[in-house]
Design a protein around this ligand. Sequence first.
Ligand code: HEC
Ligand code: HEC
Ligand code: HEC
Ligand code: HEC
Ligand code: HEC
Ligand code: HEC
Ligand code: HEC
Length: 263
Amino acid sequence: MNLWRGLLGVAMIAVLALVGFLASSCSTLVKQRAVLSPPDIEGATFVGNTVCGECHTNYTRMFHDSPHARLNISGVKVPGGIGCESCHGPGSRHVQHGGGRGVFIVNPGMSSEACFSCHTETHAEFRLPQHHPVIEQQMNCVQCHDPHGTDIHKTAGGHAFARLNESCAECHREQSRMVIFEHEALREGCVTCHAPHGSINDKLLVQRDNNLCLKCHAQVQTSPGEIFIGNTPHTAFLQRGTCWTSGCHTAVHGSNVDSKLRY
Ligand code: HEC
Ligand code: HEC
Ligand code: HEC
Ligand code: HEC
Ligand code: HEC
Ligand code: HEC
Ligand code: HEC
């Protein structure tokens, strides 16, 4: 019996060690993607979410289900912990002064710097040659991400933008309108073809050449030199340029006149 317990103990230790290893390798992964440094407010210290909740009940209540509230970063010490103050900065002076706009608190809705302090990779994406004008202060993270709610990929403000495409559609109506000949690719989301933050390619495309389309439309070689795409011989067409700039499929977002998405 004792031996059995002993073995069980060893097994438990092994399991715990494995869990510990997995947890630490996860945290390393997180560390690579996001650096953890909340914004600084001179002379202020961290007070914790409960204190913020005394005056901002609505945010504290919904924040519970936000990915930022659930960050599992064992082994990584975030000053002040994961909570309101990781984006808004330490709140003691804000609270001492009874709160208020512009009163010793960071509002990342005014500037994305607070987000960039952790998301350095995202910062780099917005510096690529083609990008949404966030650093230029013409746009903000919260036009595409809700920082407090359950779905961070929903726009802030609580509109019913359930899907990614709909949050793009808010500004890009032309590409998201209903059409007679829909391009099914759009059902997978605008981000199958566009990098939402920035890209080295024109029009924020994830790939600059035909590979953008060929990842879904197989290129089949029947006999030497004869290439088919979608049961149509394409050998001659492929020399004219990309699928969309060659004049063949200019209506990549769908068409009202042509099922082959020509216009
Ligand atoms: C004593 C009440 C009180 C407490 C506690 C409090 N706040 Fe505030 N806060 C306010 C008031 C009042 C405003 C102004 C709101 C308005 O004008 O609509 C405000 C505004 C804000 C703003 C907007 C600032 C701006 O410049 O636009 C943020 C962000 C904020 N608080 C975050 C926090 C955080 C984070 C905590 C916890 C560390 C906290 N507050 C604790 C009362 C409080
Ligand atoms: C991931 C970063 C992040 C976290 C964590 C966060 N917030 Fe915010 N908060 C923001 C951003 C971004 C805005 C600006 C939103 C906008 O302009 O629509 C904001 C705005 C606010 C405002 C001002 C709203 C207004 O009227 O302008 C308050 C108050 C606030 N947050 C409170 C909180 C509280 C309380 C918590 C914790 C329960 C919290 N926030 C956690 C990013 C965050
Ligand atoms: C204190 C550090 C910190 C701050 C400040 C911060 N984040 Fe995060 N955020 C993280 C970490 C850590 C993750 C999870 C790992 C990752 O995806 O990089 C994360 C994840 C995310 C995700 C992906 C969530 C998912 O499930 O796909 C988005 C989107 C995001 N943050 C947006 C923002 C925005 C917008 C702001 C500013 C309003 C912000 N973050 C501020 C640390 C931070
Ligand atoms: C034009 C809309 C848009 C803007 C503006 C935007 N994002 Fe995103 N972001 C997205 C979309 C869409 C995704 C999901 C990408 C995917 O699924 O491939 C995303 C994903 C993320 C992720 C998850 C990791 C990744 O890159 O996939 C983080 C972190 C993030 N955004 C942070 C931010 C921060 C911080 C800002 C502001 C500085 C910001 N985003 C501004 C649309 C946007
Ligand atoms: C809040 C408004 C807004 C939202 C939401 C938005 N965009 Fe944009 N988008 C812009 C602005 C502004 C530009 C820059 C236009 C310019 O420079 O002429 C832009 C540029 C672009 C471009 C490049 C256009 C060109 O002619 O080079 C693409 C592609 C694009 N956005 C796709 C997206 C996708 C995909 C989403 C959703 C993930 C999205 N946008 C969400 C405002 C928005
Ligand atoms: C199948 C790939 C694909 C998908 C999915 C896609 N796009 Fe595009 N998009 C393109 C290509 C290719 C271009 C470049 C067209 C050109 O240069 O003529 C483009 C161009 C754009 C432009 C620049 C203006 C224009 O029409 O040339 C915007 C804005 C845009 N797309 C927004 C979106 C939005 C919003 C969605 C989601 C509703 C989306 N795209 C989905 C491939 C795609
Ligand atoms: C995410 C996958 C995906 C991507 C990427 C994609 N497509 Fe499609 N496309 C589809 C699906 C699914 C259909 C409908 C089924 C079919 O006809 O193959 C379709 C249909 C088409 C059709 C109509 C075919 C017909 O015979 O009716 C054309 C033309 C087309 N796509 C061109 C393009 C071009 C050009 C690109 C690159 C800019 C592209 N597609 C990228 C998935 C994709």
